[in-house]
Design a protein around this ligand. Structure first.
Ligand SMILES: Nc1ncnc2c1ncn2[C@@H]1O[C@H](COP(=O)(O)OP(=O)(O)OP(=O)(O)O)[C@@H](O)[C@H]1O
Length: 345
């Protein structure tokens, strides 16, 4: 593959998300009225080339919707998705089709995402048929074999069908299908959560190797902070469709600033006495509120142990704090205080 050629000498701002908003119109409530569900709001961030950005949050917080809006698989209601400065939300269909070579996705459930009636070779070659129609059959086959080799699939597997493969092998097929167009950015949407724990590390290592080999930029979506930590340079934490924290993996893990991030960390099983102590204090309480009718002010306040009455009145801005990291909490400074002081005990 010629993908090494795309690796820029200096990282550049590859993708810039500006004021992104996505709502869904759903029917519900009395008399099946149309209701508006706000899946994403006020989303702003930038990804540098060669970076891996982890996106974490509980189920329903908007991770997959964000991945799909970035790839234009879902149209955002508002905002811009700038790819090297070009707004993908305004791109004519034919230009977007061309651009799709650069932006690919790997799905959570590898077997469910592969057509059971197609051979492995046809599945992997499929994106080339629409995105690189100038390639002939032999050229397509040569690319498929090279890509299979890159992801650790044997050439003799080319004529087999998805059901003949384990979950881990099926995910390698999904990765090959994403890689075949020589993309610059891959959105990995929970790529290991459907796999056995023993296989998860193999797939994570493969993604890390492919990233280095082909100069990829990755967006890595997971509900599991410990999975994201190992692969991410920076981590974006979403809560009810809004960014609550954005920082490096080390900062998030060692010094979380948002009470929600701390709560997510308490669910990570690591034998650290400090975290073990936090576990009881910070553990998430209650259900995530409905995105149809989110709490006023700070949407996390209904589950936050630091919440004060003013948290219900004003939405906290996403503030840039020391080291350029971002946090949206009226009381983030209180998290730095000794826990006893915070709790008043
Ligand atoms: N097509 C749709 N129609 C209506 N509502 C949707 C649609 N897709 C997503 N939603 C809603 O948007 C919100 C965000 O969903 P999304 O799937 O992006 O969250 P997620 O963090 O990826 O969750 P999960 O980890 O469970 O996939 C949820 O409340 C979800 O129910």
């Amino acid at each position: 593959m010629e993908q090494g050629a795309i690796k820029p000498a200096q990282p550049v701002d590859l993708l810039e998300i500006k004021d992104l908003k996505k709502t869904f119109s759903i029917s519900g409530g009395l008399f099946s009225r149309r209701l508006t569900l706000t899946a994403l709001e006020d989303i702003n961030f930038t990804i540098r080339s060669g970076e891996t950005l982890g996106i974490v949050g509980e189920s329903g917080c908007g991770k997959s919707t964000l991945g799909r809006c970035i790839l234009q698989l879902l149209p955002p209601d508002e905002g811009q998705v700038l790819w090297l400065g070009q707004d993908l939300t305004r791109l004519p269909a034919e230009e977007m089709r061309q651009r799709r070579q650069d932006l690919q996705i790997i799905f959570q459930d590898p077997l469910a995402s592969l057509n059971p009636r197609m051979t492995v070779g046809d599945i992997i070659a499929d994106p080339l048929r629409t995105l690189r129609p100038e390639l002939n059959k032999d050229e397509r086959r040569a690319r498929v074999l090279k890509t299979m080799e890159a992801v650790g699939l044997l050439p003799e597997m080319i004529n087999r069908y998805p059901h003949e493969f384990s979950g881990g092998q099926a995910q390698r097929i999904g990765i090959a299908r994403a890689l075949i167009t020589e993309p610059k950015l891959i959105v990995c949407d929970e790529p290991v959560s459907a796999l056995d724990v023993s296989i998860q590390a193999q797939i994570l290592n493969l993604l890390a190797e492919l990233k280095d080999e082909f100069g990829l930029t990755l967006i890595f979506i997971s509900h599991n902070l410990s999975v994201v930590r190992h692969v991410s340079d920076r981590i974006l934490v979403l809560y009810l469709g809004r960014i609550v924290e954005l920082a490096t993996g080390d900062e998030i893990y060692e010094d979380p600033k948002h009470p929600y991030t701390r709560a997510l960390l308490t669910a990570v099983p690591i034998p650290d006495p400090k975290l073990a102590r936090l576990r009881n204090i910070d553990a998430l309480k209650g259900e995530i509120p409905s995105p149809i009718n989110p709490p006023s002010g700070c949407t996390f306040r209904t589950r936050c142990r630091l919440a004060q009455s003013y948290c219900a009145e004003k939405r906290p801005p996403l503030e840039t704090i020391e080291g350029g990291r971002l946090v949206a909490c009226h009381r983030w400074r209180e998290l730095d205080a000794p826990l006893e002081a915070v709790l008043g005990v």
